[in-house]
Design a protein around this ligand. Structure first.
Ligand SMILES: [Zn+2]
Length: 330
């Protein structure tokens, strides 16, 4: 578990605001935590809830003790007065908010205090949002709502106006890298994950994942094919690449990995070895700098970005990739 002090390194403004409201006992009835994924919103909610119910917190400090019964139950998602609500399928539905309200009409099991935390608040249906609005309009003294969203623009204005908005800023690569290393990810991998803009959930999914490990190998194999005029990039594309990268998000990840490699080649050409992400590829970069000039490398990066755009706009994967391989082939 992270502490406020640790969160403060990456989100100084948001953290200071929340720490102050806790220590001064001036908590809002409703907060809206907004910002890109992986920026600490979830952690801040957890810390906030733990501190709110902590049985042995120092009144002068905003940190929860982390080890009392309440702290432990909140961490494991088992506290009767802390409710987490997530989209049920594509959206947060009216039933979910109604169920929450019903729960709240009973007095708390442990106390009269309650906290509810809504992930992806922008995904509320209109009915759910209107229902929640009623709830926000009549706050009970001891209820705190925390709404989280990555798309603040999609949250109804009427809801926004009833929440104290706390912005969580996008992390830069260095912050992400530090975060991953602290999670025990080896430095080389952490660097790659940060450059791919992964959040902690992505890292959990892909670290030690055999699909991802294979994907990395295939990316390098494709590079070896297109760098060699005698090799058939096309054949490899159909026989290997398209078999492995099937879903759209997988394809996007494949392109991102190729992009990292070509961006590294560009750094190599520019003498910026310090910027290289795929450190384990240095020998290949050294070798291929003679195969592809800086100008050509730039053109390849441009093609990769175009391909990414095409895939995002639903151009068929096979078509987009065939065109790409043709452009990359030496
Ligand atoms: Zn505690």
């Amino acid at each position: 578990m992270e502490t406020w002090e640790q969160l403060r390194d990456v989100q100084p403004v948001a953290t200071r605001m929340l720490q102050n409201s806790i220590v001064k006992n001036r908590m809002a009835h409703a907060y809206l935590f907004h910002g890109p994924k992986g920026t600490g919103k979830q952690n801040a909610s957890l810390l906030f809830a733990m501190r709110y119910f902590c049985e042995s917190a120092d009144p002068q400090s905003s940190e929860p003790c982390g080890s009392c019964r309440s702290c432990k139950r909140i961490q494991s998602g088992n506290h009767p007065d802390v409710h987490w609500i997530e989209p049920d399928g594509q959206s947060i539905k009216k039933d979910q908010i109604e169920f929450l309200q019903k729960e709240f009409t009973y007095t708390g099991l442990e106390s009269n205090q309650k906290i509810y935390i809504l992930s992806e608040a922008d995904k509320m249906t209109t009915n759910a949002a209107n229902r929640l609005l009623k709830f926000l309009e009549e706050p009970s003294q001891q209820t705190v709502a925390i709404l989280m969203t990555e798309n603040v623009g999609s949250v109804l204005n009427t809801i926004l106006s009833r929440c104290q908005r706390i912005q969580f800023h996008a992390l830069n690569d260095d912050d992400l890298y530090q975060q991953f290393v602290e999670q025990g990810i080896p430095e080389t991998t952490a660097k790659m994950f940060a450059a791919l803009n992964f959040d902690l959930a992505d890292v959990e999914t892909y670290n030690q994942d055999s699909w991802f490990a294979e994907a990395r190998k295939i990316v390098i194999q494709l590079i070896d094919k297109v760098m060699n005029p005698k090799e058939e990039g096309y054949l490899f594309l159909h026989q290997v690449w398209l078999q492995h990268f099937q879903e759209r998000h997988q394809h996007e990840l494949g392109i991102d990995l190729l992009l990292l490699w070509y961006q590294d080649l560009m750094s190599y050409h520019l003498g910026r070895q310090d910027r290289i992400v795929l450190i384990d590829q240095t020998d290949r970069l050294k070798q291929f700098q003679y195969t592809v000039s800086l100008q050509e490398t730039k053109a390849c990066v441009y093609e990769l970005l175009q391909t990414k755009r095409k895939i995002a706009y639903n151009v068929h994967n096979t078509l987009a990739m065939e065109h790409l391989v043709l452009q990359l082939q030496r």
